[in-house]
Design a protein around this ligand. Structure first.
Ligand code: ZN
Length: 48
């Protein structure tokens, strides 16, 4: 079974320190980025 892949990603996703929203996997590179449009750090890398 590979259905647990998404849940595993969620468990590892860091939280954006600027807005507190869970960062999403970057579509253009490695790591995670904040995709909250109301955040001052939108699109910036978020590290755990
Ligand atoms: Zn943010």
């Amino acid at each position: 079974m590979v259905d647990g892949a998404d849940a595993d990603d969620e468990g590892r996703a860091p939280i954006c320190p600027a807005c507190g929203v869970t960062a999403l996997p970057s579509e253009v590179g490695e790591g995670f980025v904040c995709e909250n449009p109301d955040c001052a750090a939108t699109g910036e890398p978020v590290t755990s």
